[in-house]
Design a protein around this ligand. Structure first.
Ligand code: UVW
Length: 324
């Protein structure tokens, strides 16, 4: 994937020079970053928002018959049937015969770990030869020897979640390509919804942009630029000061793809994930949650997510759960 620029694009290191950093804050061996903010009292704060016993899951279907939206250059998961009733058709198939006559189904999946609803490991994105916490980018070679998804999965993610329904706030069924918003818009959205965004909240943003993938895939990937948060020093400082542990969105890459001011691709991945240790969660399906929140007016809840423990992986599929 490329992008035509008619102006000079600054290097990431130049754009983010002197930007806030959490490197070293949790020691030289840390691999979970801002998830350190999710202490047991944050779990209990989240639990206080369980008022109805309503459970909503946020994973998008893998292997959707209509297609799976993925980052350009990635391909959707392919699931292949290995064993099914046809394995026992005829005599010559060599399928295992079990005493009693049991048959079974088996299947396998070949998938990008970032190709569906997913947690990014903190080492997933970097610049200038260093990943989260200052580890050498060469630690990614052949496997994520540092800041892989493993420690995130080991820890689990539990806290108070807040849904910011930006599409609804802007009176649209979905946000448009390249449409941007800032932390101030998130706060205005929260105010309109009747709550605040508090320190250590898990911030969940709905754009419903991926509905456009299901309307017209060719158009969706043409001049690809997702809507989303856009870079400013103030926005990064807001995340830093609010100590946000986890940013969750229903877009493929959590932020507008190209910063409209400079043309830099995914600067917030670098400013938030690499520098602040904010965990990113992408490609969620927030439609049931948004419908529920609009109906009952409750936009704050317990959020629980358990990415898979995959050795040295840069990410993991996940099915986050909201409990209201
Ligand atoms: C990239 O890695 C480019 O994006 P994502 O965070 O969506 O996986």
């Amino acid at each position: 994937m490329g992008h035509d620029h008619t102006y000079d694009v600054p290097a990431m290191g130049e754009l983010l020079k002197d930007a806030p950093s959490n490197w070293g804050r949790w020691g030289p061996d840390d691999e979970v970053g801002a998830l350190n903010f999710l202490t047991s009292s944050e779990v209990l704060r989240g639990v206080k928002h369980i008022q109805q016993g309503k459970v909503i899951t946020l994973q998008r279907l893998i292997g959707d018959p209509r297609g799976d939206p993925v980052w350009p250059g990635r391909t959707p998961a392919v699931r292949t049937m290995v064993m099914d009733e046809s394995s026992w058709d005829g005599d010559a198939k060599g399928a295992p015969q079990f005493p009693g006559g049991m048959h079974y189904s088996d299947d396998k999946i070949e998938a990008f770990l970032q190709g569906s609803t997913q947690y990014d490991a903190l080492g997933h994105v970097w610049y200038d030869g260093q990943i989260w916490n200052g580890y050498d980018a060469r630690t990614t070679v052949g496997g994520m020897h540092k800041a892989s998804v493993e420690p995130l999965a080991q820890r689990g993610i539990v806290g108070r979640g807040v849904l910011l329904d930006m599409a609804r706030f802007r009176g649209k069924s979905s946000l448009d390509k390249k449409e941007t918003f800032t932390h101030k818009d998130l706060e205005a959205c929260a105010r309109a919804q009747g709550h605040t965004i508090d320190k250590h909240d898990i911030v969940i943003i709905r754009t419903n942009f991926l509905s456009q993938f299901f309307e017209d895939q060719e158009q969706f990937y043409q001049d690809f630029c997702e809507p989303g948060l856009c870079y400013s020093r103030e926005l990064v400082e807001w995340f830093y000061e609010k100590e946000i542990p986890n940013l969750v969105t229903d877009t493929i890459a959590n932020e507008t793809t190209y910063d409209p001011k400079t043309g830099v691709a995914l600067p917030l991945h670098c400013a938030l994930m690499r520098n602040l240790g904010v965990t990113l969660t992408e490609i969620c399906d927030l439609e049931s949650l948004a419908h529920s929140c609009a109906t009952d007016g409750q936009y704050t809840f317990l959020y629980v997510a358990a990415p898979l423990k995959i050795h040295q992986a840069s990410g993991s599929p996940v099915n986050p759960v909201v409990i209201k």
